[in-house]
Design a protein around this ligand. Sequence first.
Ligand code: M6R
Length: 611
Amino acid sequence: MCGIVAYLGNKPAAPIIINGLKRLEYRGYDSTGISIFENSLQVYKKAGKVVELDNLIGSKEFTSTIGMGHTRWATHGEPNDTNAHPHYSFNQSLSIIHNGIIENYNILKKELLNKGYEFSTDTDTEVLITFIEYIKSEANCSLEEAVRQALTSIDGAYAIVIMNTNNPDQLIAARKGSPMVLGVGDGEYFVASDATPLIEHTNEVVYLKDQEIAVIDRDKFRIINIEDEEQTPVIQQVELELDALEKGGYDHFMLKEIFEQPNSIADSMRGRVDAANGNLTLGGIREYSKALANSKRIIIVACGTSWHSGLVAEYMFEEYCRIPVEVEYASEFRYRNPVINEGDIVIAISQSGETADTMAAIELAKSKGAIILGVVNVVGSSISRVTHEGAYLHTGPEIGVASTKAFTGQLSVLIQIVLNVARIKGTITESKFKELLTELSTIPVKIKEVLESNAQIEYISDLFKDAHNFLYLGRGYNFPVALEGALKLKEISYIHAEGYPAAEMKHGPIALIDEKMPVVFIATKDSSYEKVVSNIQEVKARKGVVIAIVTKGDQLIPAMADHVIEVPECHEALMPLVSVIPLQLLSYHIAIMRGCNVDQPRNLAKSVTVE
Ligand code: M6R
């Protein structure tokens, strides 16, 4: 849940690290810090964003060619200057950056306090580095060996980098459960939480595996595991364009990512969907495609927005493949002793591929013999590496904390999986298959059309920017869209919003309706249209204010609603790809008008790598 970056090479380290931290700020942004070696180990850190660290350092010209930095999302200890990383060990001979949680830190802390060590922060990380210092002095061993021994006693998750005042030519890095990538440049090495800080320097990377330790010296690096066995590093090429990490003329990443959707959806279909010839090829799911088609049930595990796309997939799988589907919050699934049988299919959906709960749900299902398929955006991420097979979204990096293009990318890939399975199973006619494939290929154009309503949506946003509550209602395929619309609004504008199946309204939420309550209906023309019309009437009868997302040309709902936003006609199974776009824009504009930081909303981080 934090971002880490480190450098060892022949250039001044500080600017490389600060730049890297800016790229990783999406992972956490409540405090930040840097450690460098200028005659001794030095630490500069500050509560707030990387810009605060930049101000703290000011015009200091550091010459250190080794260093490491951290941008934090607090777990232990409030986000202040003291608890910011890096942390020194007790005698300040070592410093550490850490992404993860040391679960047994309290026991270790007590033991170290009994031995006379003192702590100046509330963090688990300070305990870990002091524990390493203790082992190093007790065993009189190298830092590498002390780290290895310490990690054998650690419960929890970590991606750590350590600097040593007695050896300013070495970084020690290690991971378990939190992501870490090692960049190999020309006479220089990088360590980071993901490849984004590295790609302007090198595209050669090694993805560290769990319980591996990298010992990086100026002229070489080695990898061992915590059993002290030498590992052979596999150097891979990352394909990531620098442009994809920039705002490209937009004010915010979120807006850029919303507007990218015609292209990102096209990318998610490229090389897979051939509508003209009625062909669909999903290269990532081959060996297990028959097992998927023959499965008696499918379990989908995910969190947040990815869970919402799982709900849409449930409707699609059941309708077209006739396979029962359960959509589970990964955080609940992992702790509730679920029934998982050998050969069950589990689909894990995750933008980042790093979400701790989803990862743990996968591990549980795998241990019971389930086949795990991934629907993941970040190539090479932890989830993509533990699944049996899967399909990447190919929608490019999503940097705004609020998920937008990942949601539509997930829907696109999931419908492709569904159509593939339905065809193998014979539960879809060839004409229906082709109809849906053709419809899918038109989605980018339809999204482009919706984006043309941006100014109108901005106008509507202005009318509702001061609302305290919102209700989002939809039925069928549009029910998960209602949930997603409500999540988007609350996470970036801090307005309380609830998503409900429209028919559930009369079982409770209807009590909330009055003339101050904006109710967003996702009311496109589909099999439940008439029912939704009745629900709108129920809201209007109680003086609620209705904002309706309707199919272009609809005349009935515009006559009842206070505001309408039109979207093009679309097959109902694919409508969520289109009907979610106005909701993304509505939340974006309202948040901007309320002065919120849409790319980095308070208390949140892009990937939730702690449970
Ligand atoms: O990376 P993941 O898709 O696994 O992340 C899951 C959720 O944390 C994520 O969708 C979160 O809900 C977003 N902030 C929603 O916009």
